[in-house]
Design a protein around this ligand. Structure first.
Ligand SMILES: CC(C)(COP(=O)(O)OP(=O)(O)OC[C@H]1O[C@@H](n2cnc3c(N)ncnc32)[C@H](O)[C@@H]1OP(=O)(O)O)[C@@H](O)C(=O)NCCC(=O)NCCS
Length: 138
């Protein structure tokens, strides 16, 4: 992801979650040495993105989105698997993430990639929806 991509990335983010990151949030991550920000390109368009943080020997998947026009084509899986491969090559031994309890699509994606539920943060999202914590050894 480059600074020039941020407006398009933020527009995908706005279509993807009830509490979207702002453009500035993505710019902050592009300047954050602990963050890895990637985009998926499809037919010259930005079709999806992923932001991950390296925390000691762990990698946290912070944000992931695929434009609705490009969903169910394997891009979400590709973004996560490339992020896991990069994390492994940089010495991470585990990956972590939080996902809304009601986000069946994302939970199924993560489960199919070997993430397992390890906990829950009650009413984490907007004071209403629980977060499910998921881990994967890499
Ligand atoms: C979750 C998301 C990133 C998936 O991206 P995607 O590119 O459509 O996913 P993929 O095509 O790689 O799908 C991989 C697997 O995930 C699961 N999956 C994806 N979308 C699904 C859906 N709508 N319903 C059920 N399972 C789904 C399936 O197991 C799928 O494999 P299959 O197509 O072989 O059945 C996308 O739906 C999205 O951007 N959602 C809004 C933002 C979001 O939820 N981000 C994650 C926050 S934690």
């Amino acid at each position: 992801m480059a600074f020039a991509d941020v407006a398009e990335v933020a527009s995908i983010e706005a279509l993807s979650t009830a509490s979207p990151w702002s453009e500035d949030s993505f710019r902050i991550e592009l300047r954050n040495a602990a963050a890895r920000c990637r985009v998926a390109l499809c037919d010259g368009r930005i079709a999806g993105f992923l932001v991950a943080w390296r925390v000691l020997d762990e990698t946290q998947v912070a944000e992931l989105g695929v434009h609705p026009d490009f969903r169910r084509r394997g891009l979400g899986r590709l973004l996560v698997s490339e992020a896991m491969e990069e994390a492994r090559s940089r010495g991470s031994s585990a990956a972590r993430l939080e996902v809304r309890e009601g986000n069946a699509a994302a939970r199924r994606l993560y489960e199919s990639m070997g993430f397992v539920s390890v906990g829950r943060r009650p009413k984490y999202y907007e004071g209403r929806e629980d977060a499910i914590l998921m881990d994967k050894k890499i």
